[in-house]
Design a protein around this ligand. Structure first.
Ligand code: G1P
Length: 298
């Protein structure tokens, strides 16, 4: 069995109800973060980590997503005629990023189910899962470190981040034991979106996973959990207790870098402002305006 992680799975079948009406006819993954669809950042992150095979798990009404990563000859010709090379690059870039594949989830039975739909494409090899709502700053990549940990220990590797106690119920939460390495913990148990009082730690699961293919058998036997959905967190919980020979074992890499949440309206707005404020082209003007705007807020 090849130990190298080569494929990325990106679940993108969600309805995006938190952003209605914007997401009535536009997939939430296509909402721009500054001037690029959120999903393009995720594909770029996968590619930067060497994962050039990307499988999107989609659903109905996700056509614009497929179109974004495909050629648009009419637009390309128009830009060529105008000699607008700069924009031509922006239009062709997404089509050349990766080998992109699509499979539909069919019934929306939860994140665990979406991952199970990837089984045929992934086969018997470890793979990455990247969730579009979590945007990791390209300056603070985490997948390479997760890959190192997987190379060293096998099993599955998740990405954890310490969050304030009151936010833990928005995430999967891991019970952990320290290891000899500062940024690595052994995951002993997991709970999907616990009540604050029931949370085993302040370590939240962030949407980056390296999964052993053993996860597929586990998912097949995972009953619907929180929200009546088949939860990836519940499958990881089982993997955490399985022996290494069977593909078990879960480690967490503690992420201390910049991460933006595009999953709800307030965090989405904050992500746009933070990322734009740091850009060379927009940053100086935006920061100056922001200072003045905030100073005058009543
Ligand atoms: C999913 C997972 C959750 C994880 C989160 C990270 O939840 O189920 O365990 O912490 O992604 O973004 P969602 O936010 O899709 O409800």
């Amino acid at each position: 069995m090849s130990k190298v992680v080569r494929k990325a799975v990106v679940p993108a079948a969600g309805l995006g109800t938190r952003f209605l009406p914007a997401t009535k006819a536009t997939p939430k993954e296509m909402l721009p973060v500054v001037d690029k669809p959120a999903i393009q950042y995720v594909v770029e992150e996968a590619v930067a980590a060497g994962l050039e095979d990307v499988l999107f798990i989609t659903g109905r009404s996700k056509r614009p997503l497929e179109d974004h990563f495909d050629r648009n000859f009419e637009l390309e010709e128009a830009l060529e005629r105008k000699g607008d090379d700069e924009r031509l690059v922006l239009v062709t870039e997404p089509t050349e990023l990766a080998r992109i594949h699509y499979v539909r989830q069919g019934d929306p039975l939860g994140l665990g189910h979406a991952v199970l739909v990837a089984e045929n494409h992934v086969g018997d090899e470890p793979f990455a899962v990247l969730l579009g709502d979590d945007l990791i700053d390209p300056r603070d990549p985490i997948l390479p470190r997760m890959m190192q940990v997987r190379d060293q220990h096998g099993g599955s590797v998740i990405c954890l981040m310490e969050v304030p106690a009151e936010s833990i119920s928005l995430y999967g939460c891991a019970a952990v034991e320290v290891t000899g390495e500062d940024d690595v913990v052994l995951v002993t148990d997991l709970v999907e979106k616990p009540e604050v009082a029931q949370a085993p730690s302040s370590y939240a699961v962030i949407g980056r996973y390296l999964l052993d293919p053993a996860v597929f058998d586990v998912l097949r036997n995972t009953a619907p959990g929180r929200g009546g959905e088949i939860q990836l967190t519940d499958a990881l919980r089982v993997l955490a207790t399985m022996p290494a020979e069977a593909g078990g074992g879960v480690r967490g890499v503690v992420f201390g870098g910049r991460r933006y949440d595009t999953g709800d309206r307030l965090s989405y707005l904050q992500a746009n402002i933070m990322l734009a404020a740091e850009r060379e082209d927009l940053g100086p003007d935006l920061r100056a305006w922001l200072r003045e705007y905030v100073a005058n807020l009543s």
